[in-house]
Design a protein around this ligand. Structure first.
Ligand code: FCB
Length: 458
């Protein structure tokens, strides 16, 4: 048994996002978002559900704030729904939308919980989508306007800002793979969207600093640990290694490189050109000065980590393919392999390769099909095991020098898990979606003990 000690000022938090928990999708002047539109389109969500009600957090936030407090978290990461603030994406502000977040922030502060506000966790105003969405440079400019209004309203009290959550999901997952709103399959558009999401981040950084003196500003990137399927024999291993490097470029480097001031990775520009994703070249959407804007110094990097991807060369030799036959580890209900070493590697890679000055894990967690047992309790031992092994990975990376300053568990409570609907329960609090009852799972009691002790036995 090893005991890991966390520093006294380590941030322990719990995370959610607006569309996944709020509900009240059309109340108090809120505009339609791309997720409202997508989830209302038959066939897009596995269980044909939507976020119309979700956890009804819009109405139940006072009890949710008390819940967060009672569980012992000292920080809470939530997101602001852009269409609550600007129903049409820009122009006329909707004061009741702003007031909701004003009340939430006041409630958190009264409860002694530090708010971490994410400005964009995927619910783009549909009005902006109708004009071209993230494919348009104007959407990045509208984001800066939105960041200005929100930070003027909340910036005296919110001192921790995250601009964009997971630009890979905003762009490639949503515009190329089509699994998330707006559900498109267009490579060139996906790369434009990626650039504009990164640009939106960069444009918002100075705005947030101006309106929220002393604030810490960050972007959150998601990372999957790339593992080659074979390490031997040589010819297969070499091909799998190259494919893995390409996949790493697609998923990780395309985002991690520019925010660290490294420009877009040249090997990927070549690859995307060959794929026909850059019909007019990068200069079609990258304007002079953009890369400096994107690399605006931030106070830390937010990272979300869940799993790894085992990769082999595509059979036709043109790219990568996933290799489930070489991925034997235990999986969560999302069918994601449990691989805490990937979190350790990510944190070390950021520290030793990218020299990221400060890192906060803004999401990590696991979904399991849990529910209350005969004793009324939710015994989610597998989630406890998952969290324990990932906490240990954080501690090991810290011991190696990685400047990890905080950890947010995904998620506070079971919620609308995007394309999976309500089929995946990521919460550390169980939610009965019929009655909206909340039952803390055993895992959150475990997290509470770790937070209380600021130490972990593993
Ligand atoms: C992340 C999202 C978060 C949640 C988890 C499981 O990609 O940011 O909203 O869906 O995955």
């Amino acid at each position: 048994m090893t005991q890991y000690i966390f520093p006294a000022d380590f941030v322990w938090g719990s995370a959610t996002s607006s569309y996944q928990i709020e509900g009240a999708w059309n109340e108090d002047g809120k505009g339609e978002s791309i997720w409202d539109r997508f989830a209302h389109t038959p066939g897009k969500i596995k269980d044909n559900s939507n976020g119309d009600v979700a956890c009804d957090h819009y109405h139940r936030w006072p009890e949710d704030v008390q819940l967060i407090k009672s569980l012992g978290f000292n920080a809470y990461r939530f997101s602001v729904a852009w269409p609550r603030v600007f129903p049409d994406g820009r122009g006329a502000i909707n004061p009741p939308g702003v007031d909701f977040y004003n009340r939430l922030v006041d409630g958190l502060l009264e409860a002694g919980i530090t708010p971490y506000a994410t400005l964009y966790h995927w619910d783009l105003p549909q009005a902006l989508q109708d004009e071209g969405g993230w494919g348009n440079r104007a959407t990045a400019e509208a984001f800066a306007e939105y960041a200005d209004v929100v930070s003027r309203a909340l910036g005296d009290r919110v001192k921790n800002w995250i601009t964009i959550n997971e630009p890979w999901c905003v762009s490639l997952l949503s515009h190329l793979i089509g699994a998330h709103a707006p559900g498109l399959h267009d490579g060139p558009l996906a790369l434009r969207a990626a650039h504009h999401a990164l640009l939106a981040h960069g444009l918002a950084v100075p705005v947030l600093r101006a309106n929220s003196p002393g604030a810490e500003v960050a972007i959150t990137l998601n990372y999957t640990h790339p593992t080659p399927a074979t390490l031997a024999p040589a010819p297969t291993a070499a091909a799998d290694y190259s494919a893995t490097r390409l996949f790493d470029g697609f998923f990780n480097r395309w985002f991690f490189d520019p925010v660290h001031g490294r420009d877009y990775p040249a090997d990927m520009v070549t690859y995307y050109t060959e794929q026909g994703f850059l019909p007019n070249g990068m200069q079609d959407f990258v304007q002079p000065g953009d890369m400096e804007i994107i690399a605006a110094p931030t106070d830390y990097l937010g990272v979300n980590y869940y799993t790894r991807d085992v990769i082999k060369a595509a059979p036709d030799g043109s790219g990568w393919a996933s290799a489930p036959e070489a991925a034997p580890l235990e999986r969560t209900d999302m069918d994601w392999e449990i691989y805490p070493d990937g979190l350790y590697s990510l944190l070390c890679r950021l520290h030793f390769d990218y020299q990221t000055p400060k890192i906060i894990i803004t999401e990590n967690g696991a979904s399991y099909p849990d529910g209350p047992g005969p004793d009324g309790k939710v015994h989610d031992q597998k989630r406890i095991d998952y969290l324990r092994s990932h906490f240990a990975a954080v501690a090991r990376a810290r011991a190696a020098g990685a400047p990890v300053a905080g950890y947010f568990v995904w998620s506070l409570m079971d919620n609308f898990e995007w394309g999976e609907g309500y089929l995946q329960r990521f919460g550390t609090v169980w939610v009965d979606f019929e009655t909206q009852a909340r039952i803390p799972k055993e895992s959150v009691l475990f997290v509470g003990e770790v937070m209380q002790a600021n130490a972990l036995d593993a």
